[in-house]
Ligand binder design. Structure first.
Ligand code: DHB
Length: 311
């Protein structure tokens, strides 16, 4: 009797595995494929106030150890995802979902979140503070003062469950500073990590994606140690009411197990889902359950956050 069920902010999920924002979530058709898979939920492509075409193609490329992308926030506009999820969740036995949003300016972000606040949607929202790919727009979460000001403004009116998607941090003092900011707010969750921003992959003598002369966010195998470090650093530092979603480098049950051991309550899959398709959720769920049975764990609570240290 092994279960990979989980909860985020009181919302139940039959399975802790789901897509990472940006992968298999641009259109209703893709989202319905995730819905029909073994995934416990989906998150929608980060929606902006207006629909966007994104950057020129090729803008995603797989590599031997992962992927590089500079999508540039192509999306159908946040209201497309809101309307779709509202409709879907009217079905009896619908899963619970996450709507990912961000504005291209603080004013846009407030317009979006005020609309969500006033809407019928009572579910989870993931505010993306970590898009690395829009030319001229730095990642919000690398500026702690801007992040604190934005969250202060948001929580003056926003009362529904809200979490933030974060970029990777690479310094212990930055973990301390970021956690101190997030602990000031009634966040439902933080999701670590987004891609490692602005890497460069070269084939022969040439870059492999077109935008920004080849610079793009790195995902896949390369980023698992950074992802695990961010998940565990926040698990050690955040108020227990702020749950953690682990994202980065998951392509096996063992990878998902490690994220949960580091403190993740839900685990998202990006590059490996892009490469393998939604059937991946069946495979990884079986692999995770096999590891749990072998160790005598029946639920995620039996090992979540219980990473062991050397004496
Ligand atoms: C994009 C990439 C990201 O990593 C992200 O968080 C948001 C958007 C993109 O380029 O579309």
């Amino acid at each position: 009797m092994v279960s990979t069920a989980t909860q985020i902010a009181g919302f139940n999920f039959d399975n802790c595995l789901m897509n990472a924002a940006g992968v298999y979530c641009m259109t209703k058709e893709e989202l319905l494929e995730i819905e029909a898979s073994a995934a416990g939920s989906f998150v929608t492509k980060t929606g902006t106030l207006e629909a966007r075409q994104g950057n020129p193609e090729p803008r995603y490329a797989p590599t031997t150890l992962g992927s590089i992308n500079s999508m540039g926030l192509p999306n159908m506009g946040y209201d497309y995802y809101l309307d779709f999820v509202l409709d879907l969740e009217k079905e009896p036995n619908s899963k619970n979902h996450f709507i990912s949003v961000v504005g291209l300016s603080p004013a846009d972000t407030h317009t979006i979140l005020k609309t969500l606040e006033a809407s019928a949607y009572q579910g989870l929202v993931e505010l993306n503070l970590s898009c690395p790919n829009v030319p001229g727009k730095p990642q919000i979460a690398y500026d702690f003062e801007t992040t604190e000001n934005l969250l202060t403004e948001i929580f003056a009116y926003y009362t529904k469950p809200l979490g933030v998607k974060l970029p990777p941090y690479f310094d212990i003092v930055h973990f301390d500073q970021a956690a101190a900011v997030f602990n000031k707010f009634p966040l439902a969750f933080v999701n670590s990590i987004n891609s490692i921003g602005n890497g460069l992959v070269i084939n022969e003598e040439t870059v492999i994606i077109k935008p920004k002369n080849g610079f793009g966010g790195i995902g896949g195998n390369y980023i698992k140690p950074t992802a695990l470090a961010n998940v565990h650093a926040f698990y050690q530092r955040l108020n227990p009411s702020i749950q953690i979603i682990g994202t980065g480098g998951v392509k096996s049950g063992r990878d998902a197990f490690e994220h949960i051991l580091c403190g993740a309550s839900m685990v998202q899959i990006g590059t490996a889902l892009q490469e393998e398709g939604p059937e991946i959720f069946t495979r990884i769920t079986e692999e995770l359950k096999a590891i749990m049975s072998e160790k005598g764990y029946e639920s995620l609570e039996d090992f979540r956050g219980k990473l062991q240290y050397l004496d």
